[in-house]
Design a protein around this ligand. Structure first.
Ligand code: SF4
Ligand code: SF4
Ligand code: SF4
Length: 250
């Protein structure tokens, strides 16, 4: 396949799942109208959710899920050795995602409470970048397939991809959505990274920040707005910690 007389690269890609719901992988297999073009652009050599083929011969590794067990750490390090480019796919991989909530608990006590005398192996949740070096992070719970397709195009043509720097509010206003703060709900839209087209406020629910923080977010102003609207510190903290993307913020 050539475009304007130039043979594009067709990278060999492996898709690997760790601790997550596999929703991000499902996004890659979704959207039937673009699946054939997507599969023409890349060569999938390992993708358990859709194929029984398995291989260590890949240039790009897409990692879905957080890291929560010793065997996952070993497997991830092995994948890192094979991949030229390692991509964290989705909020679990980028920040730990909802799995990170368990880090606020005593894991031994919880294990005993739930599993009694047969505890399950579990470690505090880590994002992929806390275990190995990561070349690119694609946030979202789940990732946006159209965005993944754009990123793949950029990879193939060797052009850097710029994630939106603006917050969710920007796209929310473009959709003429009524602000959910006006409906008495909390929303992280003013400080969360846009690019998702603000589906949550459009559906009547505040943003939970699944794509992490926007560039240079004004956290102080956001906290003041939330406080002025009567939201308690604990409620705001719970919202900010839900996906783990705001952990590094002061
Ligand atoms: S980021 Fe969301 S959709 Fe993707 S694996 Fe984690 S929980 Fe599932
Ligand atoms: S609903 Fe949320 S994202 Fe939309 S304008 Fe209000 S604060 Fe911003
Ligand atoms: S509105 Fe917020 S929670 Fe919903 S998809 Fe966008 S970033 Fe994620």
């Amino acid at each position: 396949m050539k475009y304007l007389g130039i043979e594009p690269k067709r990278p060999k890609v492996g898709v690997f799942d760790f601790t997550g719901c596999e929703g991000c992988e499902l996004q890659l297999a979704n959207k039937e109208e673009t699946v054939p073009a997507f599969l023409q652009a890349i060569e999938v050599v390992d993708f358990r959710e859709i194929s029984s083929t398995s291989s260590d011969d890949y240039e790009v590794a897409l990692i879905e899920g957080a890291i929560t067990r010793d065997d996952e750490i070993r497997r991830l390090k092995e994948i890192r050795k094979h991949a030229k480019l390692l991509v964290a796919l989705g909020s679990c991989a980028c920040f730990g995602g909802v799995n990170r909530l368990k880090n606020g608990y005593d894991l031994d006590a919880v294990n005993q409470e739930v599993y009694g005398t047969e505890p399950k192996e579990t470690l505090p949740t880590q994002a992929v970048k806390e275990v190995v070096s990561v070349d690119l992070e694609i946030p979202g719970c789940p990732v946006d397939k159209a965005e993944v397709e754009r990123i793949v195009q950029h990879l193939i043509w060797d052009v850097p991809y710029q994630f939106p720097a603006y917050p969710v509010c920007f796209e929310c206003k473009q959709r003429y959505t009524t602000c959910v703060f006006e409906l008495g709900q909390l929303c992280l839209g003013p400080i969360a990274r846009g690019g998702c087209h603000a589906p949550c406020p459009a559906g009547g629910s505040g943003c939970w920040g699944c794509r992490g923080p926007a560039a240079d977010p004004n956290l102080e102003e956001f906290l003041q707005i939330a406080k002025d609207r009567g939201f308690k510190k604990r409620e705001i903290k719970e919202r900010l910690s839900f996906y783990g993307g705001f952990e590094d913020m002061p």
